[in-house]
Ligand binder design. Sequence first.
Ligand code: GDP
Ligand code: GDP
Length: 435
Amino acid sequence: MKPALVLVGRPNVGKSTLFNRLTRSRDALVADIPGLTRDRHYGHGKLGDKPYLVVDTGGFEPVVKSGILHAMAKQTLLAVDEGDVILFVVDGRQGLSPQDKIVAEQLRKRTDKILLVVNKTEGMRLSIMTAEFHELGLGEPCAVSAIHGDNIGELIDLALTDFPLEEETDLSAEQHPKIAIVGRPNVGKSTLVNALLGEERVIAFDQPGTTRDSIYIDFEYNQRQYTLIDTAGLRRRGKVLETLEKFSVIKTLQSIEAANLVILVLDAHNHISEQDAHIASFIVETGRALVVAVNKWDGLDEYARETIKYELGRKLAFLDFASLHYISALHGHGLKRLMPSVDEAYAAAMAHIPTPRLTRTMLAAVAKQPPPRGGMSRPKLRYAHQGGSNPPLIIIHGSMLEHVPATYRRYLEHTLRKAFDLKGTPLRVEFRSGK
Ligand code: GDP
Ligand code: GDP
């Protein structure tokens, strides 16, 4: 699992600025997907070969309710409990504030993985800036400037010290789907897991001391092999209701990262929410294969069904590459069709397309509709090859390709997706200009 860095601190100390710094390396290829929610509260980052996740709790709720005991609300505390390193951010220009002390106190009670970050230190004498923060008893502060990018590399290095450089598992080498089942609380994830695994196996797993802490569960469905990634403890929850406060952003992100395929579960008895869209966006950004399951399709009248379909089209249009299933996990309806879509999406994500076929298809698309001129020059697309899988990455070579507009990239994506039957996986098209 990638380590999760969690940003905590009172408002205006520079958390979201720092967040942007830490997630600079985010994938530019997904920047132009229309409808994708630009959530600025969680994202990916990488320092050298060390990948990590970043969560900014600043967006979760006000951190401090003026001096009362409960300085941080539940979502933040949950993120603190589940994060790997807490970056406690303070403002070096304002100096130590009473609110900082309250937050520090709360943090110290819960965790010892705190790194004190003194921000806004550009152009200042560091020893003077950081001196007063020693009082917080959180060890040596790390001075940075989020705006100028000063000392950010050192900060990440420090934060990741205890995380050895792990060899990134080559997802494209997996032999079968590694599935994360994600969605908001109460949409029916546990029920779906139980239905897929079969009740008996779930009971077996619940024996204390057996596989209790294992998050990878191998199972078979219709004689096919799958692995379920269960960071959120779905299989042992059974009928216990999870409250909104217990929704774990970090576990959701980590299981999406660890999977090669995601089943996104939505609740037909509720509206499609912003949180649904945020999770969906993260899945697409991460490039995972995807199957969408609209659950609780039982007991709905025609009007309610049409309403949900309309909302799906409007709010999650960017998921149109994925198969959509209306299911009832409770009654076991629709699973027989759901799982073949899982196989199909997995196969698409792992597809290997030979260079000649790719090039031929790309050139045919260009002949049918050439790219528009960019200023004085017309981009020239010469050949295409596949640069990776899960998701498939198509690299198109030629000249003046920096002038190819996003709409044209989408046209090519669409054409390639259709030609090679890539249902259920994001597809990345990258341009490389030679001289
Ligand atoms: P948040 O509320 O903690 O997320 O803080 P923001 O990231 O929104 O930043 C609050 C203000 O501090 C903004 O006006 C930022 O431009 C400013 N700020 C953030 N980082 C720095 C920094 O490194 N130096 C200075 N001088 N200002 C900063
Ligand atoms: P989770 O929090 O996403 O894991 O959701 P659960 O699996 O715990 O389900 C939440 C509630 O929704 C429980 O009361 C389930 O019985 C109910 N539920 C789950 N699937 C269905 C379904 O297909 N139809 C109906 N009507 N209720 C369901």
